[in-house]
Design a protein around this ligand. Structure first.
Ligand SMILES: CC(C)(COP(=O)(O)OP(=O)(O)OC[C@H]1O[C@@H](n2cnc3c(N)ncnc32)[C@H](O)[C@@H]1OP(=O)(O)O)[C@@H](O)C(=O)NCCC(=O)NCCS
Length: 147
């Protein structure tokens, strides 16, 4: 598969493209949107995106430091035309390498219930009870990196 993955910078046209992709995949189906305050908090976070052969962004995820050695994966979104083709798995694998290189040893995330088995295939385990976020059920999941 011909997907190029690299980090993108906050406040650039690529970041704006990522926000549009995230809105289409993660927020619009729930009738929600991002607030300017939520996006402003992302200035120092790691933004990782996947691009197709023509340079169109087809996938995105965000890494946000959570505590000593722990980083949170957020906003995992693959464009619908690319679902089930391995792009999400590739992006998560790349984010784990990035997290390790930044000195993190634990990846944590809040998985939508519908995506729990996607993360389980990638070595993530559920932690604790189901809870609600952005109006839908989620589970906290974690993985120890570098094993
Ligand atoms: C969930 C998502 C990121 C997965 O990305 P993807 O590129 O479609 O996933 P992959 O092609 O790498 O899938 C890897 C495996 O997980 C499975 N899988 C993918 N999405 C799944 C889902 N939602 N539920 C269960 N299994 C899933 C695939 O069938 C595949 O299995 P296989 O290896 O046996 O073929 C993507 O479908 C998506 O953006 N969904 C909408 C937004 C969302 O739910 N994001 C996650 C928020 S926590």
């Amino acid at each position: 598969m011909n997907i190029l993955i690299h980090t993108i910078d906050f406040g650039t046209p690529e970041y704006d493209e990522a926000v549009r992709l995230r809105f289409d995949v993660l927020r619009a189906p729930l009738g929600l949107n991002y607030t300017p305050e939520q996006l402003a908090e992302e200035y120092d976070q790691v933004h990782l995106a996947g691009f197709d052969r023509k340079g169109a962004m087809v996938a995105y995820l965000n890494l946000t430091p959570a505590s000593e050695g722990v980083v949170k994966m957020r906003q995992v979104a693959v464009a619908p035309a690319w679902h089930g083709k391995g792009v999400g798995s590739m992006l998560v694998a790349e984010s784990e390498k990035t997290a390790l290189s930044l000195g993190f040893s634990i990846m944590t995330l809040h998985a939508r219930e519908t995506a729990v088995s996607f993360y389980e295939r990638l070595g993530y385990s559920r932690v604790g009870e189901r809870f609600e976020e952005v109006t839908i059920p989620h589970f906290k999941m974690e993985k120890t990196l570098g094993r």
